[in-house]
Design a protein around this ligand. Structure first.
Ligand code: UDP
Length: 481
């Protein structure tokens, strides 16, 4: 009997934990479910302790082979004062291309497929040149993917800024996108990040297929629209595989602060704690940090809050530094209202900078997540049956908030846009109480029931024979040839 040698795929990740985590998790699935050899080629930011831990998780136990490419030097390539996070990422990945090419061309035997995250799509021609199958892994969802691939068409159709449009932006077969919800690169058509995003939208379709971090049952309509679905569709000529939700099952390492947090959670009643966190890069202003503290206190609900030192200006200014600095840890504590810490010491826990989020969301006492709605955090929340308070900050998070609150019914959303206006304490308290009603409110909690339904649907999609399991098996089969 002829024994088949396992196939080898290389996954390329851009810097940032929101990108690296799903890429590594996808890699692990190829290893665990399809017996592939996997190499993760990660352009790192090299500033983050947590990033190192996440990378370590890929080869402990030895699942994936990891090769790190140090961050290219951007001096002279971008305007340090004006370049946005997206511009920085795209330029970094462009500069890293020769290193990516050199590493891949030396791997023997040749890998059977290359899978690029959306910021590394400029490297797709390397696959063509080496005669290797290429896929794009979009760690976001199908509605966002539709906007991305349709953005070059919108660019031709629409005059003026998208945010100034009177009508929602129509995407064939999908829900229209409200002008104020467009993702950050579409906010200013003169900014370099807009051109970078159009480039991604164009290049994505040059691959042999797209893997997207959603599942059929969640976004059937958008997935149909992306495929050849008749006149009201985007009619992409390449296959779209819904392989999600790709989320971490557990944390990487135990540490003493996490153990004391879990001990505290163990002592709280079921579904009584709201977890507050703004992803790997989100920060709040001084005023907003104070209002949030007041809001949590006024809600009289238990909370775990991942606190970062406030910043004025960019809402994503902690990118590339998260988890890197031990000294920054307690700085945020200075910005709370007087007496807040002592008044809430029995109700809440503050975690400086970075938490073990999956452990928290899995805990039975956590009943709500006040989140910036990064897609990774969103999926971690719904797959653990935790409803959200949507507090979008940057990237595509406004679309995510709309999807969660208006289409899926698993979130309440701030009435004002947190990047435009301060969310006031009364509203914060009201939203927290809506998600965690407490004993006095015995009314049926619809949002919680809805999120449990979505959780069941996600678990079914991932189980053997489920839609996402089957989609990844199809990719694996194509790669096996
Ligand atoms: N994360 C974490 N601890 C934190 C903040 C974030 O473990 O204190 C993880 C979170 O579990 C998720 C990722 O970082 O997997 C953030 O990705 P997401 O897509 O939510 O947002 P981004 O950071 O890309 O905006």
């Amino acid at each position: 009997m002829e024994l088949h040698k396992p196939k080898h795929v290389v996954l390329v990740s851009s810097p940032g934990l929101g990108h690296l985590i799903p890429v590594i998790e996808l890699g692990k699935r190829f290893v665990l479910h399809h017996n592939f050899n996997v190499t993760v080629l990660a352009v790192t930011s090299q500033t983050s302790k947590t990033e190192t831990q996440i990378l370590n998780s890929a080869f402990t136990p030895s699942l994936c082979h990891v090769i790190c490419i140090p961050p290219p030097n951007l001096v002279g390539l971008i305007d340090e004062n004006a370049a946005t996070h997206v511009t920085r990422l795209c330029v970094m990945m462009r500069e890293a291309k020769p290193a990516i090419r050199s590493i891949i061309s030396k791997i023997t035997p040749r890998p059977s497929a290359l899978i690029f995250d959306i910021f590394s799509t400029e490297a797709i021609p390397i696959a063509r040149e080496l005669n290797i199958l290429s896929y794009v892994f979009d760690a976001s969802h199908a509605w966002m993917l539709a906007l991305l691939v349709y953005s070059p068409v919108l660019d031709e159709k629409i005059e003026g800024e998208f945010v100034d449009q009177k009508q929602a932006l129509k995407i064939p077969g999908c829900n229209a996108v409200r002008p104020e919800d467009v993702f950050d690169p579409m906010l200013d058509r003169n900014d370099q990040q807009y051109k970078e995003a159009l480039g991604i939208g164009n290049r994505i379709t040059q691959s042999d297929g797209i893997l997207v971090n959603t599942w059929e049952e969640l976004q059937y309509k958008d997935l149909e629209a992306l495929r050849e679905g008749g006149s009201e569709a985007l009619n992409m000529k390449i296959p779209i595989y819904a392989v999600g939700p790709i989320v971490r099952e557990s944390e990487l390492e135990k540490n003493s602060s996490n153990e004391s947090l879990v001990k505290w959670l163990d002592e709280q009643p079921n579904e009584s704690v709201v977890y507050v966190s703004f992803g790997s890069g989100g920060t709040l202003s001084y005023e907003q940090t104070t209002e949030l503290a007041w809001g949590l206190e006024l809600s009289e609900r238990r909370f775990v809050w991942v606190v970062r030192a406030p910043t004025e200006g960019a809402a994503d200014s902690a990118f590339f530094t998260t988890g890197s600095s031990e000294s920054e840890g307690d700085e945020g504590l200075m910005y709370f209202p007087e007496g807040f810490l002592s008044r809430t010491c029995n109700l809440g826990l503050l975690v400086p900078e970075w938490s073990q989020q999956v452990t928290i969301l899995k805990h039975r006492s956590v009943g709500g997540f006040l989140s910036h709605c990064g897609w990774g955090s969103t999926l971690e929340s719904v797959t653990n049956g935790v409803p959200l308070i949507a507090w979008p900050l940057y990237a595509e998070q406004k679309m995510n908030a709309t999807l969660l609150s208006e289409e899926l019914g698993v979130a309440v959303r701030t009435a004002v846009l947190p990047t435009k206006k301060v969310v006031r304490r009364e509203e914060i308290a009201r939203m927290v109480r809506e998600v965690i009603p407490g004993n006095e409110n015995v009314k049926k909690n619809e949002i919680r029931e809805r999120v449990k339904e979505v959780q069941r649907s996600a678990l079914k999609a991932l189980s053997v024979g489920g839609s996402s399991y089957t989609a990844l098996s199809q990719v694996a089969k194509t790669i096996e040839g």
